[in-house]
Design a protein around this ligand. Structure first.
Ligand code: GDP
Length: 234
């Protein structure tokens, strides 16, 4: 079956350093590639790759910085920016791919198309022989995906579309509901139920997290590391 983001929608800075965040565990984190073209991946042997996705302003940069324990992620992406996938290598063990934020109402069709091309090729992979030049590591899709949703908001259409696309692309997926510290304790049970009904599945855990307080970051990092370890591959 041909999977595309468009069909799912219709239905539903170079910094590096040794990092102490719970996902990096002291390993060096470095930007290895800003990928502007679909299918572009770091050269050499492909490592397990985690695609990190979410609407603009969901708190993706802040969460990545907290998980990796270093200021790797670019601060807020402005709508006018060029679309690129930022590949960070963590201790030569796995890659974290910071994907462009989506969901800006004013995004042009051209920009949406480029976003969809980049994301689809990252998640689904590029068929053998496709594209202008063969590159090492080309072909394979991401090992796992981390979908970020804003825990303060009811499920958003663009997030539901992305969740559907991820389900159909069969990439193991984790959902983190960000900014959990900003949800009043009296509203937490109801809000978590709403988010879980929309995004959680039997093989798709959802965790409410806060980059501000660190709540649930070690648990999230543990799940992600397990999914990215070579032993977890069949
Ligand atoms: P991005 O566009 O998805 O990369 O989002 P940013 O990381 O730039 O964050 C967007 C806004 O959300 C900023 O004002 C952050 O300070 C805020 N934010 C990010 N994480 C948290 C969090 O855990 N709790 C709260 N209360 N605010 C957060």
């Amino acid at each position: 079956m041909k999977i595309s983001l468009a069909s799912a929608s219709s239905r539903a800075g170079h910094r590096s350093g040794s990092a102490r965040g719970p996902l990096a565990l002291g390993a060096e984190v470095r930007l290895v590639l800003p990928a502007h073209r679909p299918g572009e991946r770091p050269k050499g042997e492909a490592l397990p790759a985690l695609a990190v996705l979410g609407r603009s302003n969901v708190g993706k940069s802040t969460l990545l910085n907290a998980l990796l324990g270093t200021k790797v992620a670019r601060v807020s992406q402005t709508p006018g920016r060029t679309q690129a996938l930022y590949w960070y290598r963590v201790g030569e063990k796995f890659d974290v791919v910071d994907c462009p934020g989506y969901g800006f109402a004013k995004t042009s069709k051209e920009k949406r198309d480029s976003f969809e091309g980049l994301i689809e090729s990252l998640l689904v992979g590029v068929p053998e022989g496709a594209g202008p030049e063969p590159a090492e590591g080309k072909g394979a899709g991401a090992t796992a995906a981390l979908l970020l949703v804003d825990s303060r908001l009811d499920p958003q259409q663009s997030d539901l579309s992305m969740a559907l696309f991820l389900r159909e692309s069969s990439v193991p997926c984790f959902v983190a509901a960000t900014k959990w510290d900003a949800v009043k304790p009296s509203q937490r049970v109801r809000q978590l139920r709403t988010l879980a009904a929309a995004f959680e599945g039997p093989d798709r855990p959802l965790l409410p997290v806060s980059a501000e307080t660190g709540e649930n970051l070690p648990e999230l990092a543990r799940l992600l590391r397990a999914a990215l370890s070579p032993a977890s591959k069949e």
